[in-house]
Structures are given as C-alpha cells and as structure tokens.
Write a protein that binds this ligand. Sequence first.
Ligand code: ADP
Ligand code: MG
Length: 259
Amino acid sequence: MLRVRDVSLSYGGEPVLEGASLAVGDGQFVSLVGPSGSGKSSLLRVIIGLQTPIAGIVECSYRRSEIGILFQDDALLPWKTARENVALGLTLNGMDRRDAVAQADHWLGRLGLAGFEDRYPRRLSGGQRKRVALAQVLARKPKLILMDEPFASLDAIVRARVVADVVALVEQQKISVLLVTHDLEEALSLSDAVYLLSQGPRARITQEYNVPIPRPRDPVRSRLHPSFATLYEKLWSDLSREVGGEHAQPARDDAAEAA
Ligand SMILES: Nc1ncnc2c1ncn2[C@@H]1O[C@H](COP(=O)(O)OP(=O)(O)O)[C@@H](O)[C@H]1O
Ligand SMILES: [Mg+2]
C-alpha cells in the first residue's frame, strides 16, 4: 500500500502543498483531482522521490521496481520498434532477450497491437502509442501504477477504449493505481476513491469520496450507476467552490436533476 502523510512542499520558498494526505490500498484504484496548478503533479513527484517535501512522509510497501509510471507524454524511443521499446525495459532489468521479446509480444497482443510489433512510434496513432507505453509498464509486472493525466492527448472514442482496457487489466492483475486527472467523470467512473486537492498555494486534500460502484467496471456504464450523478454533483460543486465561483463546466443535466 501507498500512504502519503501530511506532505508539505515548497519550490524555492514558494509553498505549493500543505499537509496533504492520501492512501492507496492494495488493488485499489484511487484518483486525485484538483484545479490546474494546485500541485497534483508535484505530489506525484514527491511520491516517486523526485521532490523532497519540507514536511511529511511517504510510506510505500512496494519496491521502486514494482512501481510503474505513465505520464501524458509517452517516453517511447523513436528509433526502436514497439516490440523493442517494450522489451528494453525488461532486458535492462536483467531478463534475457528472448524472454523479453516474448513478454513484449504477449503484452502488445493483450493491448490489441498484434501485427504492430515491428512498427516504429512515428507509424503508430496516438492511441496505439499510448497502448505501447501501457504494455511497457504492464510487462514489468507493477504492483502500483502512478498516472499523470495519461489519456489527455487522446480523442474521446480512442480514450474510452484505452481506458476500458486499462481498467480491465488493472482489475485482473490486482494492480493499485493512483491517477491524477482533472476529468471528474473519468475519476469517478474508474476509481474506488477520489481525493480533491484544494486550490493552491498551500493546497490541501479537502475531501475524500468513496465510489460504491461494483467491479468489474465498465467505465462507460459506470456513469449510469445511481450513485454516479449524486457524487458528480457533489464533487463538481466542491471543486467549483475551490476554484472560486466560476462555472466554466456546467453540471451534468442528470446530476442536476438528481440533486
Ligand atoms: N519545478 C518547479 N519549480 C517551481 N515551481 C513549480 C515547479 N513545478 C511546478 N511548480 C509550480 O507549482 C505549482 C503546482 O504545479 P503542478 O504540481 O504542476 O500542478 P498541477 O499538476 O496540479 O497542475 C504551480 O504553481 C507550478 O507553477
Ligand atoms: Mg499536472
């Protein structure tokens, strides 16, 4: 499990986070939402160890090699094929090349990329590149995956498909996930728990929402669950209050009716 306790972070004396706490249990899917610039990515960097907090601690029962990371920009090497990109992470970890290639092909196949193993990243669509990046992470058998707006660059249909595959795979493999997103519907439809980070500076985690939608989840059908509209309305109004009165994104009609 991952536990962040009372983390405060500053950049050169400028406060960003103040006393932020959250927990991700084994096999739990947790999202962190909050206004742009509130410190979501910074909190992930603290968790990975790329930033040192001025106060607080991160407790993590997983080794560094058991943690996968998926960011908005995929980190595929342009001069390597999809297969070589996935296999590389495994050979660097000491797996012999033949096993690494077999594992790469297995995971590319599970992500719907059979037949694309020899393609270079520039000859793959955005959705396909995202799947290769996912295969890279999953092939290393992570216990926890940290995601920072990983689907933001994908268009709606591709995104829905990639997200459905992610949910199915992390449920099957019992992988814990901490997802940073500004998309409230995505957070609620995927997660067991959602944390809200307040507007910075000195952002704190002000709310935790439990999402009682059963698993296995279909992220699209999750939105039809009776608790979804109520939770969406609550999360949206709490977030709007944080951002300060602006209603750039209207509440969903069905959410408004349910409230
Ligand atoms: N490396 C950095 N040095 C200084 N300030 C930073 C750095 N990274 C982020 N910030 C600032 O910290 C705040 C939080 O940023 P970030 O964690 O990226 O927010 P979010 O991911 O929620 O949009 C912002 O005000 C941002 O400008
Ligand atoms: Mg960010």
